[in-house]
Design a protein around this ligand. Structure first.
Ligand SMILES: Cc1cc2nc3c(=O)[nH]c(=O)nc-3n(C[C@H](O)[C@H](O)[C@H](O)COP(=O)(O)OP(=O)(O)OC[C@H]3O[C@@H](n4cnc5c(N)ncnc54)[C@H](O)[C@@H]3O)c2cc1C
Length: 419
């Protein structure tokens, strides 16, 4: 039986462990943090989003992003700084913000998200309940311009074979009868689904430990043992762990781990915030995104989570109050029954999305180490794509696969000299 070591107990690492274990591998997950409920995979919006077929790098984002740079409450921000890694990433991002990239990426992203949603449905039969529901996603617009833009995207969705219903305010009201709405309309994507991310993570942990997967919390990596195949053991604070295959699923921190293997990977942290209202003044039934404001709203049982912003400003462990204020103000604009006081005393969570320069994940074997698979870079789709990623990694561990050029982790990778 092959021994697989997975680095990172986020949603990608745990989904990979689930599929690898089901395929008969002996699996150990290494995690440097203590078992907690706080990481990026816990406080996100929990959306499974076939509707998100347009990658982050797309036409229009640069000019929009530039305008947003001067608004401290805006949903997208790149902190200007003289940092070689940021400049290298930004150059590739700029190169990929074009229609040709969207045309290549969109059908693949749609396919991966639909497969992943169906895998969640299968996983729900094995795991403790984790709040999986398919109620679709509403893209809500409070301007005519916004609705026209969303309606054009809905047309593209239909061309790609996925249903998308353009609705006026009354149409949205039928889906959300209990909400006061200050909108002009929206688009409903019925193929989307959602989960409670914390419940999912805990259900995965429980299933894995009950199925002989070792999760080593609080474990630091101190080095590697290499042989002709690649990495044959991981040196850790708990001793050396032999492995036949290694999976790096360490989110944004994969960048620093790869450096220790002599590899330079362009990836930036996209910080986002969320707030959970346990007793919302009006309940939501369908997950929604405020199209103009880029705020995500997820009904989680009787609670509701509001999340947003994409702040490319490094890995700062602190809350930027202006961005949080921006999220709150947007909610008040679209839903007049909500007041600023509703958010008082609510703690603010943040997480770091691992963002690639072309908006597609890094998923595949490393050219330099044949037995190492990289699974990261999912940006705002990590929860959505967790299962399909785990399944794909397991296939790569099981038999030879042709390289998937769109997802190839080596596509921007550089090798440091001297390694
Ligand atoms: C506000 C917000 C809302 C979001 N909403 C959604 C959504 O609705 N749908 C969606 O699909 N995605 C969403 N996302 C994105 C999603 O949360 C991420 O893409 C996903 O959680 C990334 O998972 P991961 O497993 O790759 O990384 P992480 O969750 O970051 O896990 C990586 C793990 O690796 C560990 N690690 C790192 N380095 C080491 C090391 N050297 N040794 C051992 N362990 C290590 C870390 O401690 C961490 O636990 C959202 C993100 C944010 C911020």
């Amino acid at each position: 039986m092959k021994q697989v070591v997975i680095i990172g107990a986020g949603v990608v690492g745990l989904c990979t462990a689930y599929f690898a274990r089901n395929a008969g591998f002996e699996v150990t997950v290494l995690e440097r943090q203590q078992a907690s409920y706080e990481g990026t995979s816990f406080g996100n919006a929990g959306m499974i989003v076939p509707s998100h077929f347009v990658p982050l790098a797309a036409p229009g984002i640069l000019s929009q992003g530039f305008r947003w740079m001067f608004d401290k409450e805006s949903p997208f921000y790149v902190k200007p700084r003289l940092d070689g890694d940021l400049l290298a990433w930004a150059y590739q991002f700029w190169r990929h913000c074009n229609q040709a990239q969207v045309d290549k990426a969109a059908p693949r992203l749609l396919e991966l998200n639909l497969q992943s949603r169906d895998l969640y449905k299968q996983m729900a039969k094995d795991l403790k309940p984790f709040g999986l529901e398919q109620k679709g996603l509403l893209m809500l617009c409070n301007t005519d311009y916004g609705l026209e833009k969303e309606a054009r995207l809905a047309e593209t969705s239909k061309k790609l074979g996925m249903r998308a219903d353009v609705l006026d305010k009354a149409g949205v009201g039928e889906l959300e009868p209990d909400l006061d709405l200050n909108i002009v309309g929206g688009v409903h994507y019925p193929e989307d689904a959602h989960v409670n991310p914390k419940a999912l993570m805990l259900a995965l942990r429980d299933w894995l430990t009950a199925n002989a997967v070792k999760i080593l919390w609080n474990t630091e990596i101190s080095g590697w043992r290499k042989d002709e195949k690649g990495i044959c053991a991981v040196k850790t604070s708990r001793g050396e762990l032999p492995c036949d295959a290694l999976v790096i699923a360490s989110g944004i921190w994969s960048v620093e781990l790869l450096k220790t293997l002599g590899l330079k990977l362009p990836m930036q942290a996209g910080k986002g915030y969320s707030m959970l209202l346990k007793e919302p003044v009006q309940a939501f039934t369908t997950p929604a995104i405020l199209s103009e404001a880029k705020v995500a709203i997820s009904p989680l049982g009787s609670s509701v989570r509001f999340g947003g912003t994409m702040e490319i400003a490094g890995l700062k462990e602190q809350v930027n109050p202006s961005r949080v204020e921006g999220i709150m103000k947007s909610v008040l604009k679209y839903f007049p029954a909500y007041q600023k006081q509703d958010f008082e005393g609510t703690s603010v969570w943040y997480g770091f999305r691992p963002c690639t320069p072309d908006g597609l994940p890094y998923l595949g074997k490393l050219a330099k180490y044949d037995n190492v698979v990289l699974a990261t870079g999912h940006a705002m789709l990590g929860l959505s794509l967790g299962p399909v990623t785990g399944k794909h990694v397991t296939e790569l561990l099981s038999y030879e696969q042709p390289v998937d050029a769109l997802l190839d982790p080596n596509r921007f990778m550089q090798v440091y000299s001297g390694f």
